[in-house]
Write a protein that binds this ligand. Structure first.
Ligand code: DP6
Length: 334
C-alpha cells in the first residue's frame, strides 16, 4: 500500500496563498466511544481497523485560540501556563500546526483550555486536536467542509475525528490510502434522557498511551483477530438501540464492547491491563446494582476509570451509590 505523509494529504486542500486572520478560535467537546476504536491499519495517518461510534460530552471539552505570537517563536499554552517548547504537548501541537502554515512560517500563540475536570480522568487529546483543527480553519480562513475537518483532526489523534461533532457520532473507517474517507459524521438521532457518569479511579499520565497500547495489541494478541468482527456487530446493535431508544441494548452493547477491547489488551504481550483494584470494585458494584434492578452499565477506555451509562430518571439513585460522580447530559436542550 502506498504510504502517504500527513503533509501529502493536507497539501491539496490548502489555498495557494494563506490568508491568516487576527485570531482563530474554536471549542470541541470530549467524546466517549460506545463502540471503540482500537487498532490502526496506518499508524502515520491514524487510519483505523474498525469503525467506531461515540457520544460527545456537550460543554466538556477544549477551547483553543490562535493569534500571531509576539516574539519570533511559537508559544503553546495549556490552561493558562506557557509550556516549554520541547514538552510533549507543545511538540505535538506545533507539529500539527506545521501541516497548515505552509511557507508562511509565522510564529503563533496557541492557547488551549480544557474544562474537563482533571479529577474525571478523561483524555483530552480528542477534544484538543478537534478544537485545534477548528481553530486553524478559523485562523487561516480555510472554510474546510466538516468531513475534511474531521479527517484532518484524525491525523492528530484518531478519536479527535469524532470530537468535531456533537451528539452521537460515527467514524467510518474508510478504505482510501489518503484516508480522506476515514472521517466521522453526526447521527441525526438524539437521546435527551441519556446520562454519562464519570467515575474517577485514578488520574495522572498512563505508562502506555492508547497509541502504543493499540499497536502492541495488534502486533501481539491473537485474540485481536476477532475484534473487527465484534466491533462491526456492536456498531450495528448500537444503531438499532439508538433508533429504538432501547437503553438496555445500548448499555449491554457498550459494556460488552469495552470489555472485549480490554480482553484483547490483556491478551497482548507484554500484557496490558489498565484496571486498578478500584476499577474492578466499581465494575462489581455496577453488576450488583444491575442485579438489583437498576438500568446501569459502564464503558472504559485505555485507563482505569469507568464511565457509567444510565438514564436521567435513575440519576439520583446512582449518585447516592457513587457520591463523587460527575454527571454529563450529552443532549442539553437548545
Ligand atoms: C480506547 O484516539 O487516543 O479511547 O489515534 O493514537 O491518538 P491515537 O489514539 P486515541 O485512542 C482512543 C482509544 C480509546 C477508544 C476510543 O476512543 O474509541
Amino acid at each position: 500500500m502506498l504510504k502517504l505523509s500527513k503533509m501529502d494529504v493536507v497539501g491539496p486542500y490548502l489555498p495557494q496563498t494563506l490568508q491568516p486572520g487576527e485570531r482563530g478560535e474554536a471549542f470541541a467537546p470530549s467524546n466517549i466511544a460506545l463502540c471503540k476504536y482500537w487498532g490502526k491499519r496506518d499508524t502515520g495517518l491514524n487510519l483505523p481497523i474498525n469503525a467506531s461510534l461515540s457520544v460527545s460530552l456537550a460543554h466538556l471539552g477544549s477551547k483553543t485560540t490562535i493569534t500571531p505570537a509576539t516574539g519570533a517563536e511559537d508559544q503553546v499554552c495549556l490552561n493558562g501556563d506557557l509550556l516549554a517548547a520541547d514538552s510533549r504537548f507543545a511538540t505535538k501541537v506545533v507539529d500539527f500546526v506545521d501541516l497548515f502554515r505552509g511557507d508562511l512560517n509565522q510564529p503563533l500563540r496557541i492557547e488551549t483550555h480544557n474544562n474537563i475536570p482533571t479529577a474525571a480522568g478523561l483524555a483530552s487529546s480528542a477534544s484538543g486536536f478537534a478544537a485545534l483543527m477548528l481553530a486553524l480553519d478559523d485562523f487561516y480562513q480555510l472554510k474546510l467542509e466538516p468531513p475534511v475537518l474531521s479527517a484532518f483532526a484524525r491525523m492528530g489523534s484518531g478519536s479527535a475525528s469524532r470530537s468535531v461533532f456533537e451528539g452521537f457520532v460515527e467514524w467510518q473507517m474508510g478504505h482510501r490510502d489518503d484516508g480522506m474517507d476515514s472521517h466521522a459524521f453526526q447521527l441525526s438521532a438524539r437521546w435527551p434522557g441519556l446520562r454519562i457518569g464519570l467515575v474517577k479511579v485514578a488520574t495522572g499520565e498512563k505508562k502506555v498511551d492508547s497509541r502504543a497500547g493499540m499497536q502492541r495489541t495488534v502486533e501481539s494478541a491473537h485474540l485481536y483477530q476477532s475484534w473487527p468482527l465484534q466491533a462491526a456487530a456492536d456498531l450495528e446493535k448500537l444503531h438499532q438501540a439508538i433508533l429504538a431508544q432501547d437503553f438496555a441494548l445500548l448499555g449491554e452493547t457498550a459494556e460488552q464492547n469495552a470489555l472485549s477491547m480490554h480482553a484483547t489488551m490483556i491478551a497482548s504481550w507484554p500484557p496490558l491491563l489498565y484496571w486498578q483494584p478500584d476499577s474492578v470494585a466499581a465494575m462489581h458494584k455496577v453488576w450488583q446494582l444491575r442485579a438489583e434492578g437498576l438500568a446501569l452499565y459502564f464503558t472504559m477506555d485505555a485507563g482505569p476509570n469507568l464511565k457509567l451509562l444510565f438514564e436521567a430518571e435513575d440519576q439520583a439513585a446512582i449518585e447516592q451509590q457513587f457520591p463523587d460522580l460527575e454527571v454529563v447530559n450529552p443532549f442539553p436542550a437548545g
